[in-house]
Write a protein that binds this ligand. Structure first.
Ligand SMILES: O=P(O)(O)OC[C@H]1O[C@](O)(CO)[C@@H](O)[C@@H]1O
Length: 228
């Protein structure tokens, strides 16, 4: 499993990148609004993220257009920011058509707001590079987000999907809307390719009380050795 950071916050991205386990970044309009982002700085901000993570880490930037032609135009502009930009497109009819065209023009697409197996299969058929099923938002409405993710992982895994770009990259599933380290564990066990996690969850993934307790004991014993 690869880990993407789900944030538009440059300090969080810099910190997570320094840990050496960061595989990419996902942003969305809400995350950009959360850091006080301004419309006319959006492209430059995505460029800064791409620079921090380097060319091997995909950075998802979302189109906010609603028609296929506008999404394609938007997507081409976003893709021109840096070679590692992935255009995020909502799973809807106009989004499918735009994904198909963008992929054929060599632009990798991450289909977002994906909740069901039929949506995921259509996104895959349209040529998406990534599909982002949301886990936490199902939990928010008293449904089982992990069970929904598992259905999508199983259904997509029944076929051999590649995206529609020239090189035909393997389609990857991004477990999105992740709320806890346990979401990550379960997503990995069911074989999701990627988890995109908020920085708070990434920090929790490193922690365990037995690690803390063991470290305290080792440090205390080492003090004894030094005093002997
Ligand atoms: O439910 P949340 O925590 O807002 O997460 C929404 C998800 O949507 C995405 O835009 C999907 O890629 C991610 O950025 C995020 O994981």
């Amino acid at each position: 499993m690869k880990f993407f950071l789900d944030t538009a916050d440059l300090a969080e991205i810099e910190e997570a990148a320094s840990w050496g386990a960061l595989g990419g970044v996902t942003t969305n309009p809400s995350l950009y609004a959360r850091i006080g982002g301004k419309l006319d700085d959006f492209h430059a901000h995505i460029g800064r993220i791409c620079e921090i993570v380097g060319p091997d880490c995909p950075v998802s930037a979302e189109s906010v257009a609603m028609t296929r032609d506008e999404i394609v135009a938007d997507g081409l502009e976003l893709a021109a920011i840096a070679p590692n930009v992935v255009v995020k497109v909502p799973t809807m009819v106009e989004g499918l058509a735009a994904t198909h065209e963008l992929a054929q023009r060599g632009v990798p697409v991450n289909m977002t707001l994906c909740f069901t197996v039929p949506q995921a299969l259509l996104a895959a058929r349209a040529g998406a590079r990534y599909i982002s099923p949301f886990v936490g938002r199902f939990d928010d409405i008293s449904d089982d987000g992990l069970a929904q993710l598992e259905s999508i992982v199983t259904a997509i895994g029944n076929y051999d999907f590649t995206d529609s770009t020239v090189n035909g990259e393997k389609l990857e599933i991004i477990a999105a809307s992740i709320r806890s380290a346990n979401h990550v564990t379960q997503a990995a066990l069911m074989g999701a390719d990627i988890a995109t996690v908020p920085f708070g969850v990434l920090k929790k993934m490193v922690q365990h009380p037995l690690t803390d307790r063991g470290l305290d004991a080792f440090m205390a014993d080492w003090e004894k050795v030094q005093g002997a």
